[in-house]
Design a binder for this molecule. Structure first.
Ligand code: MD6
Ligand code: FE
Length: 225
């Protein structure tokens, strides 16, 4: 008997999370939204993520001003990002465990390099990946990513799980912000003249994601050292 024809893999991969096929949208002079770019990687990303979080679990960090960040944070790679009363900085050891941060999984590295290349930044070699966990209500206030030693490399930000509204502003805090809805599998890359643009995430709405449940995970890749 003839087997029913299997549908093209793209239909299968993109049906649940994405109404549209992957695409690249320019959101700044050197900034791109890569819709659905991470979807073909998710099956490999999730086990690597789980493994990483066993070694360096999410924790709620305190800002120098004494506020608690509503997103849970962890890191992997040679350097990890930390915030406490003393300030924001990158460290080689995880302050929670006293151990080096878990190594960056190969699949993370590959995805980050591929996404950066797609946005015109070839040869991206991140040494830090911040892992953020947003539950409904959690947000990220408007900020610049400026704890890295040099700003010559881009930021690659991967969204997984529940959708979120990303705010992409300008070089001044008060500049007008674009609102960019980010879905599971979307990637935003900003670098070059856009590297220090303000950005943030509105409070996460309630929902359930098929693979990740009631949360959004964001991976941000940087060259920090
Ligand atoms: C996002 N995240 O979650 C954007 N920056 O889509 C960030 O901009 C960010 O989550 C610095 C530290 C953690 C973050
Ligand atoms: Fe950021």
């Amino acid at each position: 008997m003839v087997q029913p024809e299997t549908p093209p893999v793209t239909l299968d991969l993109f049906a649940d999370d994405h109404p549209q096929p992957p695409s690249r949208e320019r959101i700044g002079e050197q900034s791109y939204l890569l819709r659905g770019f991470a979807l073909p990687w998710v099956e490999r990303l999730l086990p690597a993520l789980k493994h990483t979080l066993l070694a360096a679990p999410f924790r709620h960090m305190i800002t120098p001003g004494g506020f608690t960040l509503s997103a849970g944070l962890s890191s992997c790679g040679t350097l990890g990002w930390t915030s406490d009363r003393a300030g924001y900085r990158y460290t080689r050891l995880d302050p929670l465990t006293g151990q080096p941060w878990p190594g960056m999984p190969e699949v993370f590295r590959e995805l980050a390099e591929a996404a950066a290349g797609e946005a015109g930044f070839s040869g991206f070699a991140p040494d830090a990946c911040l892992i953020n966990c947003y539950v409904p209500g959690a947000k990220m206030s408007l900020h610049q990513d400026k704890n890295e030693r040099s700003y010559e490399h881009p930021i690659v930000s991967v969204s997984l799980g529940l959708p979120a509204m990303f705010l992409f502003g300008g070089h001044e805090r008060g500049d007008k912000r674009q609102r960019v809805p980010l879905l599971h599998g979307d990637i935003v890359v900003w670098g070059g003249v856009d590297r220090l643009r303000y950005h943030g995430v509105l409070p996460l709405k309630h929902g359930q994601h098929r693979q990740l449940g009631a949360q959004r995970i964001n991976l941000t890749f940087r060259t920090a050292g």
